[in-house]
Design a protein around this ligand. Structure first.
Ligand code: RP5
Length: 161
C-alpha cells in the first residue's frame, strides 16, 4: 500500500543545483528556432538566465531523456518546450522530470490547421504527467509564465504529493 505522502527524488536533486541557467528552452527542430525567439527575448529583458537546445523527441529521444532527467541537477527550474506537428517534445520532457514544463505549440510549414495538430498533441497529456500549454506560437507567454513560476519564492518545490 502506497503511503499518502511520498518523498520525491527531486527534493534531493535540488540541493545540488543553483549554478546553471534557470530556464531551459527546447525545440524539436532548427526550423522552430525563430518561433521561440520571443521567449528568449522576454527572458533576456527580465534578466532571467536561460539556455536553448534543439532536441527532437522523435529523432533524438535519448538526448531528450538525458537533458530532461539532468536539468534539475544543473539548476534549471522551468522548461519551455516548443514543437510543431506531432509535438511530443513537451510531454516526453515531462515524463523525465518533475520540473514544471510549459509547452508551446508551433506552426510549421507542414502544420495541419495552423498549429492545431501541435496544440492537441501538447494539451492532451494523460493524467499524472502535466504539461502547461500556451497558445499556438505563444512563446512570449511561455516565458512570462516561467518568470511567474520562478517568482514563487525560489525555494524548494514541494516534496509531497
Ligand atoms: C516537429 O516537426 C518540429 O518541432 C517541427 O516543428 C516540425 C518539422 O520539423 P522539420 O522537418 O522542419 O525538422 O518535430
Amino acid at each position: 500500500m502506497q503511503p499518502e505522502t511520498q518523498t520525491e527524488p527531486l527534493a534531493e536533486l535540488f540541493q545540488f543545483g543553483e549554478r546553471g541557467p534557470l530556464v531551459g528552452i527546447l525545440v524539436g527542430s532548427e526550423s522552430d528556432r525563430e518561433r521561440v525567439e520571443p521567449a528568449m527575448q522576454e527572458l533576456d529583458d527580465r534578466g532571467i538566465s536561460h539556455e536553448f537546445h534543439v532536441l527532437s523527441a522523435h529523432r533524438d529521444p535519448r538526448a531528450v531523456a538525458e537533458y530532461a532527467s539532468t536539468a534539475a541537477l544543473r539548476g534549471v527550474r522551468v522548461i519551455i518546450a516548443g514543437a510543431g506537428m506531432a509535438a511530443a517534445l513537451p510531454g516526453v520532457v515531462a515524463a523525465y522530470t518533475e520540473l514544471p514544463v510549459i509547452g508551446v505549440p508551433l506552426r510549421s510549414s507542414k502544420s495541419i490547421g495552423d498549429g492545431m495538430d501541435a496544440l492537441l498533441s501538447i494539451v492532451q497529456m494523460p493524467p499524472g504527467v502535466p504539461v502547461a500549454c500556451v497558445s499556438v506560437d505563444g512563446a512570449r507567454n511561455a516565458a512570462i509564465l516561467a518568470a511567474r513560476i520562478l517568482a514563487q519564492g525560489g525555494g524548494m518545490p514541494t516534496a509531497e504529493v
